[in-house]
Design a protein around this ligand. Structure first.
Ligand code: HEC
Length: 115
């Protein structure tokens, strides 16, 4: 009798824990997909995300936030990095291989994210 109650409690606990885990996972995937639903992220985003995040928030104090910035501004900065007009070692390297279309897509993606 006593062990039955114990077993029941254990089963309940396990179910609850599984539900909590499932919930947390669900929530994580929902928040992760939020920007993707608004606009398909460009293919090259993975590279930028290492520093600027897929959410457009800089991963370090020296990395600027891009989320919600004007699309035109982001695009012209990428061009300036590529041409060397705006000198910056890392961004020069990052923008070197980007085509005009990719720059536009990245600028559009980061501009439509919530700040
Ligand atoms: C290694 C880290 C790193 C990666 C990867 C990276 N960036 Fe940057 N990015 C920076 C830093 C640092 C700055 C600030 C540059 C400066 O101080 O002038 C910057 C600046 C920028 C700016 C100008 C922002 C502003 O407010 O003026 C844009 C736009 C930008 N990055 C877009 C991108 C895109 C798009 C990618 C992917 C192709 C990318 N970055 C990849 C580190 C990175």
């Amino acid at each position: 009798m006593c062990s039955d109650v114990f077993r029941l409690a254990l089963v309940r606990f396990r179910a609850l824990r599984a539900a909590t885990l499932a919930c947390a996972f669900c929530f994580a995937s929902l928040t992760w997909q939020a920007p993707a639903r608004a606009e398909e992220p460009p293919v090259s985003l993975a590279e930028c995300a290492a520093c600027h995040g897929a959410d457009g928030v800089g991963r370090d104090e020296e990395i600027p936030n891009l989320a919600g910035q004007h699309e035109r501004y982001l695009y012209t900065q990428l061009q300036a990095f590529k041409s060397g007009k705006r000198p910056h070692k890392e961004m020069r390297y990052e923008s070197r291989h980007l085509s005009d279309q990719e720059m536009q897509a990245l600028a559009r993606y980061y501009a439509q994210l919530a700040r």
